[in-house]
Design a protein around this ligand. Structure first.
Ligand code: F6R
Length: 605
């Protein structure tokens, strides 16, 4: 979604701003722009790719500026609606992430005051109100505070002034971080854009404002109270984010899964005791014994990982568990048991729906543990406890390696929980042994992924694709469907295999492709029934099965995956679905890493 980058220092700002924007590109956007202070505030913006905007960018001198990638919410994708927005006297420029709910009322107020508005956005109001206050003699900080007292909604906001050598920032519900270099400072909505310049950063909290000059940042509460801000260290793993020899980040990230899962589990498995230790999820045994239930919350891919986590927790720890769509969580005024355990699962750590569920749970007196990838992200900080999944940077909009590591972290957690309750040491050891083998099995599958091309032939021209799975393979079916739909734009439906005959079977006609996830997991026989029912109506079955399983004969295209214990099969069965989605999108000529309308980090509810 929208991204912000800012620079205050001694180097050519416009070049650094464009570079920063390119680092934010993976988040999804439809237009971009920069403004640099150079005698005047020189601004340039356009719709389309950042590279196109940058190629027609005039040479802008100046060593202080702010920049933005926009993902349209208020107003169409036009040059006028792109950020930055400038006040009519040319003295104030702003970039804004988030949504201002009362913008219509504020726009009307500005019009009544005779201010001409130049865009349809909710963001533009900021520069005009600030500029009016400056004209009346207020300081930049007073003007910022004043406009923030008028707006309702969410903001990550940067303000650049013609007459001052600093940038003012404000945050409420939309992330903003400030990085410190040598006599230069960087501002961004995403640590990924700053990592190449510095590993020292301050993350603003909701309700805070900051003044950033070329040497330091001064953070305060919106009412002016000073805040003790200390620099965090951005972890090393956030460095390796180049494409290398891969044509797309998605393919690179699919292939990184063996290594990233290794990262997630290594040092956390305790083979001798048949358990695992997740430092951030240590719960006292007596509290564990009394846990009434566990709730797991996430969106999209994170939701599918949560659904798998739910099953793992129930199977291994025998604690009732339930997963929730984060965007629905607050809708029905949920009853929260303060004794229950809550897990918020998120790659970006910025998903507004998940964050809002976290806050609701905390408001009602319960703790939430984060299961998050991005270090220092909002959800990680809001939870204050939990585990990092250690996928490293995921840049393709379609999530792959983060799914694997979410499931990996939840498996570790379930094992730890299980061993603190009823799971025997022998059973724990066999689970730990199998987990340890997974990275190698992922690697070996990816070296020889089976007839993916044949599967692509079946799905790429079809009207829709049905994905089926049963038990722990049902969320894998959902994940496979989501991936294909996201990047190949083919309507996909995922159903638990047994539910197929209760409705989706109506869709099946001659040659309809049906992807079936059917590991040898004890519930396979019922999946077989669904396969027969589809085949009887002419469907073509793309079967994902374990190596050596005779079930392979039944598929029109059969893709073998290495065998493992049933509860860990999602970590292998998801791989062919990722490759099918990738290859199909590629064959259809789509932008695999940046699918239309989608954003990597969804910071609006
Ligand atoms: C799917 C995808 C999205 C995200 C969802 C949650 O490929 O990327 O469905 O999974 O927006 O994002 P996070 O995990 O960042 O909370």
């Amino acid at each position: 979604m929208c991204g912000i980058f800012g620079y205050i220092g001694h180097r050519n700002a416009s070049k650094l701003l464009v570079k920063g924007l390119l680092r934010l590109e993976y988040r999804g956007y439809d237009s971009s722009g920069v403004v640099v202070k150079n005698g005047t505030l020189e601004s340039f913006k356009d719709i389309g790719k950042i590279s196109e905007m940058a190629s027609s960018l005039p040479s802008l001198q100046g060593s202080i500026g702010i920049a933005h990638t926009r993902w349209a919410t208020h107003g169409a994708v036009t040059r006028e609606n792109a950020h930055p927005h400038l006040s009519n006297d040319g003295k104030v420029a702003i970039v804004h992430n988030g949504i201002i709910q009362n913008s219509e009322m504020l726009r009307k107020r500005l019009k009544k005051l005779g201010v001409s508005l130049n865009s349809e956005t909710d963001s533009e109001i900021f520069c005009h109100f600030i500029s009016m206050d400056l004209q009346e003699g207020k300081t930049p900080m007073e003007a910022l505070r004043n406009v923030l007292s008028m707006v309702r909604g969410t903001w990550g906001l940067c303000v650049l002034f013609l007459e001052y050598d600093f940038v003012l920032c404000a945050r409420n519900g939309s992330p903003l971080i400030v990085g410190r270099g040598k006599n230069e400072m960087f501002i961004s909505s995403d640590p990924h854009a700053i990592r190449e310049h510095t590993d020292q950063l301050v993350a603003l909290e909701d309700g805070q404002i900051a003044k950033v000059d070329s040497r330091d940042v001064q953070v305060m509460q919106i009412d002016g109270r000073a805040v003790e801000s200390s620099y965090l260290n951005l972890e090393e793993e956030w460095g390796e984010s180049e494409l290398g020899d891969y044509p797309h980040f998605m393919l690179k990230e699919i292939h990184e899964q063996a290594q990233s899962l290794q990262h997630c589990i290594s040092g956390r498995l305790r083979h001798a005791e048949g358990t695992s230790v997740l430092g951030g999820l240590q719960i006292e045994p007596h509290n564990l014994a009394q846990l009434p239930h566990i709730r797991l919350i996430g969106c999209g891919t994170a939701l599918h990982a949560a659904q798998i986590g739910q099953i793992l927790i129930e199977q291994w720890a025998r604690i009732p568990a339930v997963s929730h769509v984060a965007s629905e969580f607050n809708a029905n005024d949920p009853v929260i048991n303060p004794d229950a355990l809550h897990l918020a699962i998120s790659q970006s750590g910025e998903t507004a729906d998940t964050l809002s569920a976290v806050k609701e749970i905390q408001r009602k007196g319960a703790d939430v543990y984060g299961v998050v990838n991005v270090v220092g992200s909002t959800i990680a900080r809001q939870c204050g406890k939990g585990v990092y999944i250690h996928s490293g940077p995921e840049q393709s909009v379609a999530s792959t390696k983060a799914f694997t590591n979410m499931v990996g972290a939840l498996a570790l957690f379930s094992l730890q929980l299980g061993r603190s309750r009823h799971l025997s040491k022998t059973k724990g050891k066999s689970i730990a042994r199998e987990m340890r083998k997974l990275p190698e099995k992922i690697r070996s599958y990816l070296e020889n992924p089976g007839p993916i091309d044949e599967a692509v032939e079946l799905v790429m021209q079809s009207k829709s694709v049905l994905f089926l799975g049963r038990g722990i393979s049902s969320p894998v079916a959902s994940e496979g469907a989501l991936k294909l739909m996201e990047i190949a734009y083919i309507p996909c439906l995922a159903y638990p295999a047994g539910e197929m005959k209760h409705g989706p079977i109506a869709l099946i006609e001659q040659d309809s492709p049906v992807v079936v996830i059917a590991p040898n997991d004890g519930v396979q026989d019922r999946t077989m029934n669904a396969i027969h029912e589809c085949k009887a109506r002419g469907a073509k079955i793309i079967l994902i099965h374990e190596e050596g399983d005779p079930i392979a004969e039944i598929g029109d295209v059969s893709i073998p995956i290495p065998a493992t214990i049933p509860m860990l099969t999602p970590l292998l069965s998801v791989l062919p679905t990722q490759l099918i989605a990738y290859q199909t999108a590629l064959s259809l000529g789509h932008d695999v890493d940046r699918p239309r309308n989608l954003a990597k980090s969804v910071t609006v509810e």
